[in-house]
Design a protein around this ligand. Structure first.
Ligand SMILES: CC(C)(COP(=O)(O)OP(=O)(O)OC[C@H]1O[C@@H](n2cnc3c(N)ncnc32)[C@H](O)[C@@H]1OP(=O)(O)O)[C@@H](O)C(=O)NCCC(=O)NCCS
Length: 216
C-alpha cells in the first residue's frame, strides 16, 4: 500500500486519538495530542495511505534517487509553506509515532499502527522516519521504554539495532508492569549507520518505497 509520512497536524488529532485508544486501551491519562503539538521538544508524525488524488504528496518517492541536498531543499520548501495549523485535505491515517528530543537524546514516546493494518510495514516505516529525524537533529542515541510483555514492539526495536539496557520496575500505572529500557548505540557510528542502511534496504525490498515529507 502506498504510504506517505509527514508531521502531525491539529486536524489529524481525532484519527490519531482513535489509533492511540486502540493501541493503548488501558493507559491513563491518554496522550494530550493538542499539548504535544505545542511542545517544542516533541515531534509527532503520521503515516497515511497515499491516494492518487491526494494533492499533498508533493515530495516524490523517487527522492531516493536524487542528490541529498536537492531533497533537503525541496522538503524545506514544502515545510516553509505548511504550518501545523493549516487545514490540509483529510487523509486515512494508518499509524502515528512521537518522539521528544532533549539535548542529544531522542526519546520515543509512542508508536502505533492502526489495528486493521498491523504487520504491513507501517510500524517500521514510522521508526525509520523517527530515526532519520533524530539523525537530522544530531542526537547521539534514540531510547524508549516498552512493556516487558510487549514482544512485538521489542522485536521491531531489536530489528533496528536497539538493545535492552535495563528495567524500570512497575513503570506502567495500570497494572504495575515493568518496562524494558531500550536504546540504540551512537546513531552517528559507522556500525549503526551500516545496520540502519541494511534494515532500510530490506524494508524497501519487502514493502516498496514510501514518501517521506518530514523536514529532515
Ligand atoms: C508495535 C507496532 C507499532 C508494530 O507495528 P506494525 O505496523 O505491525 O509493524 P511492521 O509491520 O512494520 O513490523 C515491523 C516488525 O515488528 C515486529 N512485529 C510486527 N508484528 C509482529 C508480530 N505479530 N509478532 C512478532 N513480531 C512482530 C517484527 O520484527 C516486524 O518485522 P518483520 O516483518 O521483518 O518480522 C504495532 O503492533 C502496534 O501498534 N502495537 C500496539 C501499540 C504498541 O504496542 N506500541 C509500542 C509501544 S512501545
Amino acid at each position: 500500500m502506498p504510504l506517505t509520512l509527514r508531521l502531525m497536524h491539529r486536524q489529524d488529532i481525532p484519527q490519531v486519538t482513535e489509533i492511540d485508544h486502540q493501541a493503548f486501551p488501558t493507559e491513563w491519562p491518554p496522550t494530550n495530542f493538542q499539548r504535544e503539538l505545542e511542545n517544542k521538544l516533541a515531534y509527532y508524525i503520521i503515516a497515511y495511505e497515499t491516494l492518487n488524488t491526494n494533492v499533498q504528496s508533493r515530495a516524490k518517492s523517487s527522492d531516493r534517487e536524487m542528490p541529498g541536498f536537492i531533497i533537503r531543499v525541496r522538503r524545506l520548501f514544502i515545510h516553509s509553506q505548511i504550518s501545523k495549523d493549516d487545514p490540509l485535505e483529510e487523509v486515512p491515517i494508518l499509524g502515528y509515532a512521537g518522539m521528544w528530543i532533549m539535548a542529544d537524546e531522542a526519546h520515543i514516546t509512542s508508536i502505533a499502527s492502526h489495528k486493521d493494518h498491523r504487520h504491513q510495514g507501517i510500524g517500521a516505516a514510522l521508526l525509520i522516519c523517527l530515526i532519520e529525524l533524530a539523525i537530522s537533529k544530531h542526537t547521539r542515541i534514540v531510547t524508549l521504554e516498552a512493556r516487558v510483555s510487549n514482544l512485538v514492539a521489542q522485536n521491531l526495536y531489536y530489528k533496528f539495532g536497539f538493545d535492552k539496557l535495563g528495567v524500570r520496575k512497575a513503570y506502567y500505572l495500570d497494572n504495575k508492569e515493568d518496562a524494558v529500557i531500550m536504546s540504540t548505540e551512537y546513531i552517528g557510528s559507522p556500525s549503526f549507520k551500516e545496520k540502519f542502511t541494511r534494515v532500510k534496504q530490506a524494508y524497501h525490498q519487502k514493502f516498496g518505497d514510501f514518501t517521506n515529507e518530514l523536514p529532515l
